[in-house]
Write a protein that binds this ligand. Structure first.
Ligand code: ZN
Length: 460
């Protein structure tokens, strides 16, 4: 396949299409530098964008493999045997509500006792497609992986992760790219926002099945939004980018994916509990803001920070609270009986990331925080948050982080992913260093950064 990974969203799509097509080739692809099509041998194609002749070697197995195929990998601590790899993601059972067997995809069964279609994930990856036509052979449910041939010159291939990692000596390059992504939000006073109630602006919602999005449900929208509602390619490319950044086994609690817009800027992305199962989550992205790949990257990492710290392994999700959000007595009782940090979703587990973060960095502000949270007017609330940030700016990685502990940990997580390891001792630095205390998160950082880097960078 052509190595077309670039800075555009569409590039990720091209890569996946290429992978699907490549599966049918019996031989490997090769390429070599050339000045023009005249230099290529018969049967080879010339790619003038990259200045190479390329072709397929029909002798299976005899393909070009870069020499940096082993050895000195970036983030070598991650090189244990239990990583997620593409082949392992088969087999999960799934189901979705349906009116009759006619609504089920080929290979799925209809259960009329529960009114659901159900099947197994590996079957869902079959080429027949789902009833709605949104699953097809171009998007096999294989997870994201790379081959050694996909690596850039300064990357090395990790055959266990099936990913290209930057070589150690390329770390400076990596740092400056991610500084741009991080700086886009923290450097010029632009504030990042998200909120739970994106619902008013929702355009379309999909169910998530592993790496797939299926069953699009269109909201009633004004005619000027129909162009966004019908742009299934963009919906899918945004999802694919997220699914490629975050390994599938780290986002099993994402059950829905929504597209919304409130116009340029304002809310860029959001997460919310799934109304049909409060232990599951909806990822929502503003399709207008997503056109900026750096902002999209930042937003997706920030939102994943919420999911990482609020999922049901971290927080004892209180379903009664979710379904009775205006019941103040219920809320107060639940908060009073929680021995750890209490969040809107429920009582955090004592060893959870967010409770540990709160106990270390926020207990001294508990009273001030609870006073601020009693402010009803949104403008007054923002003013109070800004005044708080100005008083303690050395404690926060961004202005938005000062909003509350939940945003602080999501922003500090984003800094952990996108910034070099801090060498200073400010409290803001300590908040980033907090994540380095967890080996599983250091490993995840390596996976996310390698995946983001390959898509954000311009081909050398
Ligand atoms: Zn947030």
């Amino acid at each position: 396949m052509r190595k077309m990974r670039g800075i555009l969203l569409a590039a990720a799509l091209v890569l996946l299409v290429g992978l699907a097509a490549c599966a049918d080739d019996s031989g490997g692809e090769y390429e070599y530098d050339a000045d023009s099509a005249a230099d290529c041998a018969p049967g080879e194609e010339y790619d003038d964008e990259f200045g190479v002749c390329y072709g397929y070697d029909e002798a299976a197995g005899d393909q070009y493999v870069p020499e940096q195929d082993n050895g000195d990998q970036y983030a070598s601590e991650e090189d244990t045997g239990d990583q997620y790899v593409g082949e392992e993601d088969a087999g999960g059972e799934y189901e979705y509500e349906a009116d009759s067997a006619a609504d089920c995809a080929p290979g799925e069964e209809y259960d009329d006792a529960y009114g659901v279609c159900w099947g197994y994930e590996d079957a869902a990856a079959a080429d027949e497609g789902n009833a709605d036509g949104y699953v097809d052979a171009d998007y096999p449910d294989e997870g994201y992986y790379e081959t050694a041939e996909d690596c850039y010159d300064d990357e090395v291939y990790d055959p266990v992760d099936q990913l290209c990692y930057l070589a150690d000596d390329a770390d400076a390059d990596y740092g400056s790219l991610f500084d741009d992504v991080f700086g886009a939000f923290s450097g010029d006073g632009e504030t990042y926002q998200d909120l739970d109630e994106f619902g008013d602006n929702a355009i379309i919602t999909y169910d998530v099945r592993g790496n797939e999005i299926v069953n699009p449900q269109k909201m009633s929208v004004s005619s000027d939004l129909e162009v966004y509602q019908n742009d299934a390619d963009t919906h899918r490319s945004i999802w694919t980018y997220f699914a490629n950044l975050v390994p599938q086994d780290q986002r099993t609690f994402v059950s829905k994916y929504s597209i919304f817009t409130d116009g340029q800027d304002n809310v860029m992305a959001a997460v919310a509990q799934d109304e049909s199962d409060p232990e599951k989550w909806v990822l929502a992205v503003d399709i207008v803001d997503a056109a900026n790949q750096q902002e999209l990257t930042y937003s997706l990492i920030h939102e994943f920070g919420h999911l990482l710290t609020l999922n049901n392994e971290q927080v004892n999700i209180n379903e009664d609270l979710f379904y009775q959000q205006d019941n103040e007595d219920l809320y107060n009782d639940a908060a009073a009986s929680c021995p750890a940090y209490f969040v809107a979703e429920g009582c955090t587990r004592s060893s959870s990331y967010i409770n540990s973060f709160y106990e270390r960095f926020w207990t001294e502000f508990a009273e001030e925080l609870s006073e601020r949270e009693s402010i009803q007017d949104e403008g007054d609330y923002q003013d109070a948050a800004y005044a708080f940030y100005q008083r303690y700016s050395d404690q926060f990685v961004t202005e938005y982080a000062a909003t509350n502990p939940g945003e602080d940990i999501a922003e500090s997580w984003t800094a952990f992913i996108l910034q070099p390891k801090p060498t200073g001792s400010s409290i803001a630095d300590q908040k980033t260093l907090f994540f380095y205390d967890y080996p599983e998160l250091v490993r995840l950082r390596g996976q996310i950064t390698s995946r983001a880097f390959s898509r954000l960078r311009v081909r050398p």
